[in-house]
Design a protein around this ligand. Sequence first.
Ligand code: AHR
Length: 823
Amino acid sequence: MSLLFEFPRSTLVVTFSVFFLALFPVVALAEATSITVQVDQPGILVAPTLHGLFFEDINYAADGGLYAELVQNRSFEHRDAMYAWTPALRGGAFGMMAVVSDIPLNANNPKFLRFQVFNGANGGVGVVNSGYDGITLRKGENYLFSVYARGHDGKPAGLEIQLEDTNGRTITSEHIANISSGWKKYELTFTSPSDELNARLAVLATETGTTDVDMVSLFPAKTFKGRTNGLRVDIAQTLADMKPGFLRFPGGCVVEGSNYADMYRWKDTIGDVSERKQNWNLWSNDASPQYHQTYGLGFFEYFQFCEDIGAEPLPVLNCGMCCQARGGVHIPLDQLAPYVQDALDLIEFANGPVTSVWGAKRAAMGHPKPFNLKFLGVGNEQWMQEYFDRYDIFYKALKAKNPEITLITTAGPQENDGFFKFAWGKFKSGTPAQIVDEHYYRPPQWFLQFNNRYDNYDRKGPKIFVGEYAAHDYTRRNNLRSAIAEASFATGLWRNADVVVMSSYAPMLSNINHVQWGPDLIWFDNTRVVRTPNYHVQAMLAQNRPDVVVPVQMDAPVVTPAAFTGRIGVGTTFSQAEFKDITVTKDGQTLLKSDFSKNGDGWTARSGTWVVKDGAYLQTTVTGEHCIYAGDPSWSDYTLSLKARKIGGNDGFIINFAVQDGTEMTWRVGVGGGGQDRLEIPGATDPYVPGNVEVGRWHDIRVELKGSTVKCYQDGQFIQEADCKPTRSLYASAGRATKTGEIIVAVTNPTATPQAVRLNLAGVKSTKLTARVTVLTSVSPEDENTFEKPAQVQPVEEAVTSSGPQFERTLPAWSFTVLRIKP
Ligand code: AHR
């Protein structure tokens, strides 16, 4: 039975302390939105894994990021063998050097550096490593240096190892003498005498004759939990602080690879670091080209890190398919056996006894105890029958040998496209699926409109892993607006915790100097880590995840969508294309008519390579998305017409409308390799239809706006339409923490207006309640955390007391509030 205590307002005011008044500004009850938490109902169990982390090696997240190694290209296996190394002749020395592969350390590490010293004089013949954007050293801290080296012809060789400051001055050095013939590891410890942000490491051969070096490494002695070959303390601690329920690794597309050669194979990433088979990373863009993966951070280290932070390990394996979005190849079904065996062996590596083949390898790496693996992902963002042919084979083999492992299957890269529907068709017609991995990168408003996404999912169907999600506005910034949208959406995840068992923001890490994808949960450089507003949301969710979710009744006002209003734009998405005859008309009047006879005056390019040519505006950068904009932000109810011609590339056109600062609506024409159109109106229920863009053909495009509806036409044919779904002014969910008995309420205000709420705890009899309240908000929805202002948006915590089972509070505009109430 629900007991709802409502005190007369005067009683409430009298019993509040001054402190309490400050935190819960009293507002007229009539204006307040009532939130009733049914504490007296049994509720649904919440998986401890509901909020976790998605790690991908993108944006230098591993090497040059979480992995603490300070030397870049330590084993000369980079495609450009001397990458990050500069030759150096010191103190009048005379000689030469070359990267060679004659009797290497091992077959996986074929290249090494050979010095020929003709005269070492008072210095040496050597190389200088610039680290990852410089090497950071802290005064008084220890650094562990190691190198494999060998001399030749029975002559003892010598190496001078120097740490240098930005100006090349030696700040400390050590000598390794008597280096014998035959590869051997040599180790030293340096104590840095000064703070250096841009130090270098020099390795100089000092003795006349031949000296070989490989695996030149410098690690801070302090790593997370003191692990050998460990992780950067500040980044790892930021991840640990979130208290994630799981860690998915080693990524999304990076698992798939763009081709056979760069598929991620976990067996390449274990064992001694000198024996790991390194590879290229598929991620690249104009600003940050493809980079090298040393796999120093490999599967053993991921498992160990999971253990160190109390997160369930969730590895995702290649299922015999390369990235379909990149046109990648598939392994023929009759050659899939090694991939299936990889999965079986991984389970043995994680959980098998030390007497098993792979369990013994784990033990040899220093972890005889099993890692207690429970989940395994089969493929990432794969789609259509090609995937299910392979998934079925994996499923049968894995379930036959390891029925205890819960398998995760993919539903493609989008939230509701043809691939997604195909996958769900399979799950509903007999394909066994335990947990389905769904991905969506959508505008902030979408996350509000689809808060109820899982309300009607089949309770008897597979469970859901929201494996990658992030609110993307067109600024692609980690601002408060996107964070509050994600928090609002997460209240829907809590409410549906009987279906949704895992979720993770993506991507997790970005090195500010090597950005291949934004927004990202956490930004870093060599010395600093920034927790974005989105990170704070994930941390608040994970740290306050209830064990049981109870029903909440709320009468939050509906926010009716305003008429689509704003400028227009055209552009390309992973394609080259040109545009002409762009017009905007309204009620028979022409608001804009493009003239590209001479130049592009009046148009602003966001990015890309735009040139005016033969009366059209041409964009030639193939990767990424590039738009030009024109018009007036006050325009509404207009018709945009234009001609567009694809010249090359994978996808098609972008047509923008209702463009404002921070938001825009988009019709994507001929995306997904040209075969799909997507109408990105926040709230479009079914945004995908089949599409067709022909290379070299001028297509007529027309978009008609009326209020908050849009209709799209191509070559005179109606293609698709959508209506903007309304949102709510508040989103809330609540539950209980079993151990402490606390009632946990999460509530967001994603609007620009403060909202008064009255929180009733149905079934609570106590006359005095204490609560810990955490609020994430800021002045503007555009506010973000930067290296200069890392704490502009951060949670503020307070303790409050009430005199009965009811709280009143005004929720700030753009805010996320969590109350932990002790009944
Ligand atoms: O998170 C970045 C990428 O987005 C992932 O690699 C991929 O799974 C998705 O397309």
